[in-house]
Design a protein around this ligand. Sequence first.
Ligand code: CFM
Ligand code: HCA
Length: 534
Amino acid sequence: MSKFTEEVVKAYPKKVAKKRSKSIVINDPDSIPQIQSNVRTIPGIITQRGCTYAGCKGVVLGPTRDIVNITHGPIGCGFYSWLTRRNQTRADKPEMDNFIPYTFSTDMQDSNIVFGGEEKLKVAIREAVELFNPKGIAIFSTCPVGLIGDDVHRVARQMKEEFPGVNIFGFSCEGYRGVSQSAGHHIANNGLYKHLIGRNDNPTRKYKYAVNVLGEYNIGGDAFVIEDLFERIGVDIIATMSGNSTLEQFETAHTADFSLVMCHRSINYVAEMLETSFGIPWAKANFIGAEATAKTLRKVGQYFGDQELIDRIEEVIADEMKAVNAAIEKARAKTEGKTAMMFVGGSRAHHYQELFSELGMETLVAGYEFGHRDDYEGRRVIPTIQIDADSRNIEEITVYPDPTRYKPRKTEEELAQLREAFDIEFNEYKGMMNDMKKGTLVIDDLSHYEMEKLIELYKPDVFCAGIKEKYVVQKMGIPMKQLHNYDNGGPYAAFEGAINFYKDIEMIACSTIFKQMKAPWEREEVLEAEYVFN
Ligand code: CFM
Ligand code: HCA
């Protein structure tokens, strides 16, 4: 047991200590230990997790610009999941639909809870059609919807009959349905497959080769720089799921030649479905970090095996790396040897370690809020993961090869050759622990108390997490960087993004301002008194 685990579990009741110690492990990349994850949070412990609705509506469908996303529920759910994530969008032409500036909610009231909210939902859908005439409307269930039994799927079917030209569909993504956002990703992936993917066989294609970029949500403009990069190498992105995306992108995703999977936690289900149904191979990609970006682009060139494309990719990499190397050199003079900790969602705590190591900084401790064991330990552990009642609660859909459109883009032999020649790992990811040093700590679903203890014990130069942690960390005198919404920064993806990140981290991690900050009781003597009961 680590010094840290001993220290924190001392404060917990026995049962809590036992449970938490299974989620705090000392890493060894050569013999990856098992970590407890994707299980219920201990009530009252102050988790950083969010709910299933947030994962479905806020994360996966939220960034799409031309579907009206209606939250069926109290106003707070719709409001909080609207743009706080800084998911950006850019319509190709001004006349194109863009509903991102709006948040749509049925604004449920007490009377709807008592008498049912289906009629109010129908009114909302009629109003949305009248005002916006959208191509698609998605309905998202919040906790009360499940509790009172409103059937959003029935309403969607009825409304589709009323408005045959509009694709209307619902999600049973009530906040309580799973142990975290992760359940919402799964529900969203099922819905994308059932209601959108494969409905349009005619994508807009400019180039010979085309990919999907899955698990990229255009936070702070990340998808924009990735799109620019693909434009420069001359490869189409058919669908980004779901940063800067449109309904048409979802509907045509099945026509791509290859799926690149960024955040596997949130979208691996779609990657698999596209392969099973349509024969599109997928591989892990990473655009966070200059080296990682170069590696991903080279993977694309190797996959298509076209020398002209390979040469173009090398040119782009060589060109971009000039500015990257100059920026690294400048920042590294100050950042070398500094330390970081990161606790973010289900993939960034892994991906961002690349950027920190380019800055010569070491990640001492990292963890996800809601990652599964495979995100930590690698995909090979999936068959050994115990399916508990909470996971069983989420619909598993069975996917079959499409009778007319299943067309393997590569034969088994071709895939084997690519694996052999270039080390391209299809249907695989190795997880965060594989890339972390021996002896580093890995912690799942970090509690607020544990966070404070970590800071006291290890005093990192920068702590990366989200808005719930931000001000507590700063008040403890530690520089803090939000890796969810990037504070006001970004993009951080690809080469251009890496340079932005080096600059921002140099500024933050090398700032002494927070260290100079003293709480009032540290500056002056504190008056003490004893309280006596008579
Ligand atoms: Fe994937 Fe995400 Fe993440 Fe995620 Fe999220 Fe996010 Fe995140 Mo916040 S999809 S798992 S549910 S990379 S919203 S863009 S930053 S917790 S690490
Ligand atoms: C969510 C969204 C979130 C929250 C981030 C935070 C995001 O999980 O509902 O707690 O700061 O990235 O905006 O992860």
